[in-house]
Write a protein that binds this ligand. Sequence first.
Ligand code: ATP
Length: 318
Amino acid sequence: MAEIITIGEILVEVMAKHVGQKFDTTGEFIGPFPSGAPAIFIDQARKTGSSSAIVSTVGNDGFGQINIERLKQDGVDVRFIRTVAEKTTGIAFVTYKENGDRDFIFTIKDSAAACITRDDVKEQIFENCKYYHIMGCSAFNEEMIAAIKKAVGIARANNAQISFDPNIRKELMENEKIKEFIDFALHTCDIFLPGEDELKWITGIWDEKEAIRSVMEKGIRYVVVKRGKKGCTVYENESSFDIDPYEVTEVDPTGAGDCFAGTLVSLLNQGKSIYEAAQFANAAGAYAVTKKGPMEGTATLDELQEFMNYIGGTTKCL
Ligand code: ATP
C-alpha cells in the first residue's frame, strides 16, 4: 500500500487557445488535459520517487480514462478510483487574461467528482501511509468533508504526518462550513502550505510573521509560504529561510502549487531535510509553469535536477 495518499477531485481541463479569449464569446479551446489539484499532487509525489495513491471518482467516459491512464502510467496506485456510471467526469474550462489572471468554469459539483463518500475511505488503504495530504479545494460538499476527516483519523491512528494545502478562493472563506473545515485542517496538520494571500485570508492577520506565529501555535511543524514567481519561504519553529525563484518563462501557471507540494512531501517522506525538500519543491513549481497543461508539468527528480543545473547552476545533487 502507498506511503503518500490524498483524496479529491479528478478532472479534465479544457483551456482557451489564446490569451484574452473570454467565455462569453465563441472561441477555440484545447484539451482535454488530465487535471484536478489532488491528482496533480499525487502524480508529482509518485514521479519524485514515493509510492502514492488517490481516492477519487470519475465518470464512465474518456475524460475519466485519460486521467486513470496517465496516473497509472506514472505509477500511481489507481485501484481506489471508483467509476460512477450515471455521472460524467468533472471538467474545468480555463481562460487567460492579459495580466496573467485566469478565469475558470467548473462542472465539479454536478460531476462524478462530487460522488466521493466516506465509504470510499477504507482503513486498508492507509496500512502503509506515512503522509496524508489534505486539499482545501476538495472540501466542496459535506460528504467530501466527512471523507477527508475520516481519512485524517485513520492516517493519524497509523502515525502518518498530515500536510495541508488550502488551495481555496477567498470568497469561500465566508462559508461557515469551509471555515470550520480549514480550522480543523490547521489544528490537525504537521505541514501547512498556503499561498501568501491565503495565509492572510485564513488567519485574518496581514503581518506575515504574526500570521505564522498564530498558526504555529496550533502545533504545526513546517509552514511553507508559496509566492508564485517570487519563490517561497520556509518557517520552522523560530527560524525561517527564503528560497529565491528560478527565472523561467511562464507558459501556464496551473498546477505549480500542486507540483510544489507533491515534491516537498515526497522528499520529506524519503527522509530528506526540509531544506533539500523545499529546494526541489521550488524547482518543481517553476518547472511546472513552463509546460502547457496542468499535469504536463509534473517531473521526476532527474528531470528536476537537470532543470536546476541548467537554470540555477549551483544546486547540489541529492
Ligand atoms: P496553483 O494553485 O496555481 O497551483 P499556488 O498558488 O498554490 O499555485 P504558486 O505560489 O503559484 O502556488 O506556486 C508554487 C511555487 O512554485 C512557488 O512558491 C514557486 O516556488 C514556484 N513558482 C510558481 N510560479 C513560478 C514562476 N512563475 N517562476 C518561478 N517559480 C514559480
